[in-house]
Design a binder for this molecule. Structure first.
Ligand SMILES: Cc1cc2nc3c(=O)[nH]c(=O)nc-3n(C[C@H](O)[C@H](O)[C@H](O)COP(=O)(O)OP(=O)(O)OC[C@H]3O[C@@H](n4cnc5c(N)ncnc54)[C@H](O)[C@@H]3O)c2cc1C
Length: 300
């Protein structure tokens, strides 16, 4: 692996691959690293229906196309985990599982992961009824019964969104009070096809081997359903940089609308940053802006 580059991109999900493509196309010596296979969360998506320009595409296929496009512009994509970044003078030094890399600018695109319920059946039926994203998967459950788990803003917003598509939405929350804003709670309570199930937890997700058929609650009762949407939080992959750049209390990297962090020359893009909406298209957009701003920074 090379020891230095102009722009170092950390993470090769949609944000990182988009950034790497834009940066290398602009003529910068660009190295993009990923601790796993390039594609990030794309690799867990069966079909994406809301990426502009393609009616439906598998996550793996889209990831491959993004990787090929970035490589085609001469971005170097390597397998390596970044453990820490430090700054010496104008140079950034990334400590990776394969040694040190020097860079003139850095784009942080390490993404995020959904907090799991950690119950039996969750992993078995992920992508076959268990989902962590209503915008992504809601339309697959049109006319069906679903369970939503959670009590915060995302859970209630998405329960409301799903109530417009699904026959019935059961909103399961472990407390009697919701954390979500009052206005959201009022909106949800007004919907005839949302049933509030509190204070209860889901202890098991049941299925027939192919798809979800019901959930079991802590009192032993079951709710028949075809989908389970889990909104118990999202965790940014920012451990390696929390002492390096400013993060919000949940660990999301704080940027302005030009993807600039508090540290000159360091940019963040995609799910790892504080943002209103986490999708493939928004991650790609962030990556493009970050690469453009890195170009501006290096040209100064
Ligand atoms: C099941 C599922 C379904 C979804 N469906 C849709 C959908 O239909 N439509 C849609 O638009 N969005 C969907 N999303 C959301 C979408 O996938 C994400 O918003 C998008 O992938 C975010 O891109 P990203 O590049 O910011 O991060 P990620 O995709 O999370 O990629 C981050 C990459 O960084 C790497 N990384 C992390 N830490 C390090 C480190 N220290 N060193 C090196 N590499 C590191 C990771 O290995 C990963 O490859 C879905 C997500 C999931 C999980």
């Amino acid at each position: 692996m090379k020891e230095s580059c102009d722009i170092l991109v950390i993470g090769c999900g949609p944000a990182g691959l988009s950034a790497a493509g834009y940066a290398s196309r602009a003529g910068y010596d660009t190295l993009a690293l990923d601790a796993a296979a390039p594609g990030g969360q794309l690799m867990f998506i069966d079909q994406i229906e809301n990426y502009p320009g393609s009616e439906s595409v598998s996550g793996a296929e889209l990831a491959q196309k993004m990787e090929e496009q970035a490589s085609g512009f001469n971005a170097q994509i390597e397998y390596s985990e970044v453990h820490e970044i430090k700054k010496e003078g104008d140079t950034f030094i990334a400590i990776t599982s394969d040694g040190e890399i020097k860079a003139r600018a850095v784009i942080l695109a390490m993404g995020a992961r959904h907090r799991k319920l950690e119950v039996e059946g969750e992993d078995t039926y992920e992508g076959r009824g268990v989902s962590y994203c209503a915008t992504c998967d809601g339309p697959f459950f049109r006319g069906k019964d679903v369970v939503v788990v959670g009590g915060g803003d995302t859970a209630l917003t998405d329960a409301y969104y799903l109530s417009r598509l699904c026959s019935k939405v059961y909103l399961v929350h472990r407390r009697t009070q919701f954390r979500a804003q009052k206005a959201l709670q009022d909106r949800v309570l007004e919907k005839d096809n949302i049933e509030i199930v509190t204070p209860h937890t889901v202890t098991r997700i049941n299925g027939d081997g192919n798809a979800v058929t019901s959930v079991t609650l802590d009192d032993g009762s079951q709710i028949p359903c075809q989908g389970v949407f889990i909104f118990t939080g999202i965790v940014p992959n920012s451990d390696s940089v929390r002492s390096f750049v400013a993060c919000d209390p949940n660990g999301f990297i704080i940027t302005d609308d030009r993807m600039r962090t508090n540290l000159s020359g360091v940019f963040a893009a995609g799910d790892v940053r504080t943002t209103a909406f986490r999708q493939v298209v928004t991650a790609c957009s962030d990556g493009a802006v970050a690469a453009h701003m890195a170009d501006e920074y290096l040209s100064q």
